[in-house]
Each structure stands twice: as structure tokens, then as C-alpha cells.
Write a protein that binds this ligand. Structure first.
Ligand SMILES: CC/C=C\C/C=C\C/C=C\C/C=C\C/C=C\CCCC(=O)SCCNC(=O)CCNC(=O)[C@H](O)C(C)(C)COP(=O)(O)OP(=O)(O)OC[C@H]1O[C@@H](n2cnc3c(N)ncnc32)[C@H](O)[C@@H]1OP(=O)(O)O
Ligand SMILES: Cc1cc2nc3c(=O)[nH]c(=O)nc-3n(C[C@H](O)[C@H](O)[C@H](O)COP(=O)(O)OP(=O)(O)OC[C@H]3O[C@@H](n4cnc5c(N)ncnc54)[C@H](O)[C@@H]3O)c2cc1C
Length: 664
């Protein structure tokens, strides 16, 4: 029945103030109000309809994306939305587009690596969308190994220009979003060559297409790289291929904040670390962590609401069957994902703060926290995107057969999300960066240099190598210090074991290669510790609202004890806890699931997602799943006619043939 809230009994069970939890989730009352207003604006505008997306062919899909992007831009101007509101609007449209790369990478690259004059020239054009940009780093033959890029930018002192060239097939730019069909400009990464000397990879602003007729400029070959995983999903994006044939750009289009080339062709390195050329990646990795909590929470919201609606088995004398959410196995799969969504939200908030802090320091020429920022963004990007991709797929399975329907919203969410494990740095490659940082920190422990930031715990080396958990009963695992010490000891001992093993090889590089699987595990342990510790820190803040803090404490314990249970091999083999303590953790976890159960629906309501944004029949706010699934099925284009196209051509002759054979 329309208008009935089938999940009302669940909502009435909540033991906390959902409206206050919405504010905690959003980050502040103001952020909540902006997000809520813009989400409703998008949901109520038929121009942002998306329910037909999975049935469109690539060309229609892409054109539709362009239409939405143009309409969104018109609304942004008409409504005079500020930067944050415009960002929210684009994200609620929920359709990857060239604008993501324009605002998300092209603009930040110019801001981070351009000089003041370059920013003054290019940013106003980009802000007004008089030019549209992409971020073109990856090549056909080189993605992870940025230092291996082949595109060249050779300075010609005669004309005061750089000549941009793709010397080989493998040097073609390959993958940049927005490049395929739309970008007029790109920040292009190429090896800088002056006077025959190679100075490594630098960024250059290059115009790719005419601003009059959109045709590629002379010397430029550009196009789309083809269909990607999933039907609609990321195919709304024009990921591109680009080849340069001696394309000339003025010298002042090299991004010159980190290093410069003078009129005479002299290469000058500023007094800043060369790694700042990688700064845009640090920025984007930080945003990807917050986006992970959004993607995971969407999947969890769908799976939780549907699990409360779906019933299987357990009917006695005609009573309703059991809601599948009441099965302990369903809870043990679903509630850790719910807790992870909250955990990633808070670590994302913290990472944003860390990024802002490092940016301020860089402006003041303090580069000391750059390695920490790189390690944290790389590691947390890897940890949260892998867990989110796996989590979305688990949510699909939690919804049984109906989860496999596109109308559940889950297949598309998975297909659009899963490349996050690869883009902006392959997740394993990024964990190896964290491992390098950890090995460096461990090797410096004896030198008197105290570790700082998220590795500060390593400063308590002696204690962490010796401590034994004092857990005696299940509820001891609810004490934050007990949990924190177990995670610190596990992470530290895994790092120290790797560091010791590295010394057995003839060179550190050989050891690093040989032990890379163990190093990745040590990096994961360190990153999980960061997430747990930031959740615990969040709980030390003043959190208003009836029962809100208590629910977050429960979720924090679920997150930590679930990880401890999943990785108990690490905790046991490093001797941080005993087998008895491991089983007490599991006992506590079971009890926590029972505490989450009555609040589960309210905890996902706190994400404040509109039905439009969720795009899922199973995750509808009102829980009215079956009639809507039935309605949705009839909308499929295959049901436009009773007898399908092709029947008379292929099936009928076959049937006739069978009849003849049968008569023989
Ligand atoms: C249903 C629909 C739903 C909706 C969706 C809606 C919208 C879409 C949503 C979102 C869209 C979001 C995003 C857009 C999507 C895609 C964007 C993707 C863009 C890209 O992928 S851009 C390309 C990214 N490429 C990479 O990440 C490459 C990875 N490789 C590297 O980063 C490096 O090469 C490396 C770090 C692996 C190694 O580098 P190296 O060889 O130069 O270095 P060394 O290992 O020798 O290290 C040198 C030294 O430098 C330090 N270092 C390395 N990197 C950094 C850094 N970034 N910052 C600071 N320091 C760094 C390293 O630690 C070493 O230090 P040391 O002291 O010498 O040890
Ligand atoms: C949807 C999407 C959008 C993208 N958008 C952009 C964009 O806008 N701009 C842009 O420039 N790029 C973009 N990319 C490219 C992306 O950044 C790269 O694909 C990514 O950095 C991974 O690099 P790769 O493809 O070279 O993988 P590879 O490095 O070739 O990885 C292949 C395998 O090798 C392993 N491997 C690689 N190196 C090591 C090592 N040292 N040790 C152990 N294992 C290793 C990896 O773990 C992986 O399993 C995009 C990619 C995708 C999928």
C-alpha cells in the first residue's frame, strides 16, 4: 500500500536520537543541512531521473550524462551554489562524468603545482568552465610506475616552447577520465628534457581540442578506450587514449611551482621536495576515503532495510516467517559492514584534517609531515576501497537473489565502485608504500629519532614487544585501551618481524621484493590500527543526543572486534593475545550484534539517503519492496511486447522443426 511505512515498527525500536546521529554522520549541523537540501533538490528534479540508466546503450548513456552535467551547471549558476553545495549536487546526481575529473583533479593539479601567475591565468577559465580539463598521467604501458612514463616534453630554446611527444605506442595516455570525448585541456605528465638531459616527470597544461569546433588540435590523436566493466556504471565516463606527435606548447605551460625552466633552458629546482609533483594524488586519495564510507553505507542501507523486510523459514502455526535480519549469520556479515561504514566516515574526517594541516605547513615551507600524509592517504585509500568493494558484493549476497537484479541498485554500485581499488594507485602498490614508511620508521628507532603521527606508537617499542593482554572476561574487550594496545602490539610486532627478516637478504631491495606479501600484511595491520584509533578518538569528543554516543561505542567495538576475529591468526602468532582471549572477543562480538539489532534500521536511516540517491527497490525507505519489484519488472523493455522480437525469426522455425522431428 502506498504511504504505509512497513519499517515503522523497526524505527520505533530505536534506542537513540536518529536526527542527532544524522548530524554526527554529516560532520556538522551545517553540513547536514546543505547535504539534506541538495539531496532533496536533486531527487525532486525529473531532469536527474536515473531509473532508466541500466537499459540505455553506450551512446545514449553518454549523451544523457552530458545533458545532466550541462543542466547541473545551469542550476549551480541559477541557484548561486557555493563550491561545497555544487560538489554535493554533482555527487547526488550519482553518475560519473567528465566534471568529476575537471573539478576533482584538473583544478587541484593547477592549484597545487601551478605558480601564482599560472593559477591566475588558468583557474578563472576552469572555474567558469570555459575550458574543461582532465588529468592525464597513466599511459598504455605505465600506470603504477610513474617514473617510468615515456611521454616527453623537450624544451626548444629557439622558440621558447616545449615539444610534447609520444615516442612509442606504450607512451599513449590511456585511461584519463573526460579525455576520451570532452576535455579541451589536460594536465599532462611527461618527462622534462632540457639540453638533452632528462629531469624526470613533470606536469604541463596542454590544449587538446579546439574551443570553436571541438576538433583535436594538430598533432593530437584522441578517443575513447572502450566499454568498461558493468553496463551503465562507469561507462558514463569517457576514459581516453591520447597520442602526441610533436605538439608545441609555450614554456609557461609547464606547471612551475616545484621546478622551473628558464628562458635560457636552465632547469631550476625550487626549495621544495620533488614529491610535490605527486600532490594531486595525495589530495584525491584523501577524498576517496570519505567516498568509501558513502559507497559502503549505501550498500549497507539497502541490505539492512531489505533484511528487515525479507522473511524466510520459522513460521509456527501460521505466524509470519523470521525476518532474515534476525539470523545470527546475517548479523555477523552485515553489522561489521555497518560499523565499517561509520569507521570509514570518521577516519575520512580525520584524514581531511590531516590533509589541510599538511597543506598549511607546505605553504609555510614545513615539509616534515609530507611522508606521513603520503603513507596515511595511500594506506587508508587502499584499506577502505578494498573493504568497500568487498562489502558491496557481500551486501548483494545478503539480499539473496533479488540483490542480483539491477533494480536492487547493488550491481551498478559494485561495478561503478570496484575500479577504486585500482585507480589513484593500485591498492597493493599503495600498501607497499606504507610498508616502506614503516620499515624506515622501525630502522630509525634506535637512532633517538622519535616516530611521530600515526607511527608514534612505535616509540613505545619495548612495551609493545613485551605486553600481554590482560583480558579475563568478554566485557574486558569493551575497554578502548585494551583494544588499542592489542592492535598496536600486533601492528608493531608484524613490522618488526619484517624488518628483522629484511636483514637476512644481501640487499634491502632484494629483501623487500621477497618479503612483499608479509610487508603488505604489516601495512594492513598498521592501517587497521589507524582506523580503530581514530574511531576511539572520535568517541572522546562531546557527542550530544540521546543514546548517540552509546550506539557509536557499540559500533566501534564491533569494528575492532570483528577485525580481531577475522585476523586472529596475526594476534595469536605475534603472541599479543591468547586463544582464550580470542574466543572471549568473539563472545563479546555476538553480544554486541544483539545490541545493534534493534537499532539497525535507525542506524542506516541516519545516513539520510533519499530513495533517488539509493536507487534501490530493496532499500526503499518505506520497505514496500514486493509490489515495487513486481512493478519494476514490467517496466523492462523486454516486456514492451508479449511476443519478443526474434520469436518469429528464430524460435518459431525451431519449434516447427521439433514438431516435424517428433512426427518422424
Ligand atoms: C552508481 C553511480 C555512482 C556514483 C559515482 C559518482 C561519481 C564518481 C565518484 C568518484 C570519482 C572519483 C574519482 C575519479 C575517478 C578516478 C580518478 C582516477 C585518477 C587516477 O587514477 S590518476 C593516476 C593515479 N596514478 C597513480 O596513483 C600511480 C600510482 N603510483 C605512484 O603514486 C608512484 O609512482 C609510487 C608512489 C607507487 C612510486 O613512486 P616513485 O617510483 O616515484 O617513488 P619511490 O617509490 O621511489 O618513492 C620516492 C619517494 O617519494 C615518496 N612518495 C611517493 N609518492 C608520494 C606522494 N604522492 N607524496 C609524497 N611522497 C611520495 C616515497 O615515499 C619515497 O620517499 P622516500 O623518502 O624516498 O622513501
Ligand atoms: C576507472 C579508471 C579511471 C582512471 N582514471 C585515470 C585518470 O583520470 N587519469 C590517469 O592518469 N589515470 C587514470 N586511471 C589509471 C589508473 O590510475 C591506473 O590504472 C592505476 O594507477 C594502476 O596502474 P596500472 O594500470 O599500471 O596497474 P599495474 O601496475 O600494471 O598493475 C597490475 C598488477 O601488477 C601489480 N603490481 C604492479 N606493480 C607492482 C609492484 N611494484 N609490486 C607488486 N605488485 C605490483 C598490481 O598490484 C596489479 O595486481 C584510471 C583507471 C581506471 C580503472
Amino acid at each position: 500500500m502506498e504511504g504505509v511505512d512497513y519499517l515503522a515498527p523497526e524505527r520505533n525500536n530505536a534506542q537513540f536520537d536518529v536526527d542527532e546521529m544524522k548530524i554526527v554522520w554529516a560532520g556538522s549541523r551545517e553540513a547536514f543541512e546543505v547535504s539534506d537540501r541538495i539531496a532533496r533538490l536533486v531527487a525532486s528534479d525529473p531532469n536527474f531521473r536515473k531509473d532508466d540508466r541500466t537499459t540505455l546503450g553506450r551512446k545514449e548513456l553518454f549523451k544523457n550524462t552530458l545533458r545532466k552535467a550541462a543542466y547541473a551547471w545551469k542550476r549551480i549558476i541559477e541557484l548561486r551554489l557555493n563550491e561545497e553545495e555544487a560538489k554535493r549536487l554533482r555527487s547526488f546526481i550519482d553518475q560519473p562524468a567528465f566534471t568529476d575529473l575537471h573539478w576533482g583533479m584538473f583544478v587541484p593539479a593547477i592549484k597545487g603545482q601551478g605558480t601564482d601567475e599560472q593559477q591566475e591565468k588558468w583557474l578563472p577559465l576552469a572555474y567558469k568552465m570555459q575550458i574543461i580539463g582532465c588529468y592525464a598521467q597513466t599511459e598504455l604501458g605505465h600506470g603504477s610506475n610513474v617514473q617510468g612514463l615515456e611521454t616527453t616534453a623537450t624544451f626548444d630554446p629557439q622558440t621558447d616552447e616545449f615539444v610534447i611527444h609520444s615516442p612509442t605506442l606504450t607512451s599513449c595516455k590511456w585511461w584519463p577520465g573526460g579525455l576520451g570525448k570532452i576535455s579541451t585541456h589536460g594536465v599532462i605528465y611527461a618527462r622534462l628534457i632540457t639540453d638533452g638531459k632528462d629531469h624526470g616527470v613533470h606536469g604541463f597544461i596542454v590544449q587538446l581540442r579546439s574551443l570553436d569546433d571541438h576538433l583535436p588540435l594538430p598533432g593530437i590523436t584522441v578517443g575513447d578506450i572502450g566499454m568498461k566493466f558493468g553496463n551503465a556504471a562507469y561507462n558514463t565516463m569517457d576514459n581516453g587514449v591520447l597520442r602526441f606527435d610533436h605538439v608545441r606548447i609555450p614554456r609557461n605551460q609547464m606547471l612551475m611551482r616545484v621546478s622551473q625552466v628558464t628562458r635560457e633552458g636552465k632547469y631550476v629546482q625550487s626549495n621544495v621536495p620533488r614529491q610535490l609533483v605527486y600532490g594531486t594524488m595525495v589530495f584525491v586519495r584523501q577524498t576517496i576515503v570519505s567516498d568509501a564510507s558513502t559507497a559502503l553505507s549505501r550498500a549497507v542501507c539497502i541490505a539492512t532495510r531489505y533484511s528487515a523486510v525479507r522473511r524466510q523459514f520459522g513460521s509456527h502455526n501460521g505466524s509470519p516467517e523470521t525476518q532474515v535480519i534476525n539470523y545470527k549469520t546475517q548479523q555477523a556479515r552485515l553489522f561489521p559492514l555497518l560499523a565499517s561504514a561509520y569507521a570509514f566516515r570518521f577516519v575520512g574526517e580525520w584524514l581531511k584534517w590531516l590533509y589541510m594541516d599538511v597543506t598549511k605547513r607546505l605553504e609555510a615551507k614545513d615539509f616534515s609531515t609530507l611522508p606521513e600524509a603520503h603513507a596515511c592517504t595511500a594506506g587508508l585509500k587502499s584499506l577502505t576501497t578494498s573493504a568497500t568493494a568487498d562489502g558491496i558484493e557481500e551486501c548483494r549476497k545478503l539480499c539473496g537473489g533479488h540483490g542480483y537484479l539491477c533494480s536492487s541498485g547493488l550491481p551498478e554500485l559494485f561495478a561503478v565502485y570496484v575500479p577504486a581499488c585500482t585507480y589513484e594507485g593500485d591498492n597493493i602498490v599503495l600498501l607497499l608504500q606504507v610498508a616502506r614508511h614503516l620499515m624506515k620508521t622501525v630502522s630509525q628507532l634506535g637512532s633517538g629519532k622519535m616516530p611521530v603521527g600515526t607511527t608514534a606508537y612505535m616509540g613505545r617499542a619495548e612495551h609493545l614487544m613485551q605486553c600481554r593482554s590482560d583480558v579475563k572476561q568478554a566485557k574486558d574487550w569493551l575497554r578502548p585501551n585494551v583494544v588499542l594496545e592489542a592492535f598496536e602490539a600486533r601492528a608493531f610486532r608484524m613490522s618488526v618481524a619484517c624488518a628483522k627478516n629484511l636483514t637476512k637478504f644481501s640487499s634491502p631491495e632484494e629483501g623487500f621484493q621477497e618479503l612483499s606479501a608479509d610487508l603488505v600484511e604489516a601495512a594492513v595491520a598498521h592501517c587497521q590500527l589507524i582506523v580503530v584509533s581514530k574511531f576511539i578518538e572520535k568517541l572522546q569528543q562531546d557527542i550530544p543526543g540521546k543514546g548517540v554516543k552509546q550506539q557509536l561505542e557499540i559500533l566501534c567495538s564491533v569494528y575492532a572486534l570483528f577485525l580481531l576475529h577475522k585476523h586472529h591468526g596475526d594476534f595469536l602468532s605475534t603472541g599479543c593475545i591468547t586463544p582464550t582471549q580470542a574466543s572471549l572477543a568473539n563472545e563479546q562480538l555476538r553480544s554486541l550484534y544483539s545490541q545493534v539489532r534493534p537499532n539497525a534500521i535507525a542506524l542506516v536511516d541516519a545516513f539520510n539517503y533519499t530513495d533517488h540517491y539509493l536507487g534501490s527497490v530493496l532499500g526503499r525507505y518505506d520497505g514496500n519492496v514486493y509490489p515495487k519489484l513486481y512493478e519494476e519488472a514490467w517496466k523492462d523493455p523486454l516486456n514492451d511486447s508479449v511476443v519478443p522480437d526474434g520469436y518469429h525469426e528464430y524460435v518459431r522455425p525451431m519449434l516447427k522443426q521439433q514438431l516435424r522431428n517428433a512426427r518422424l
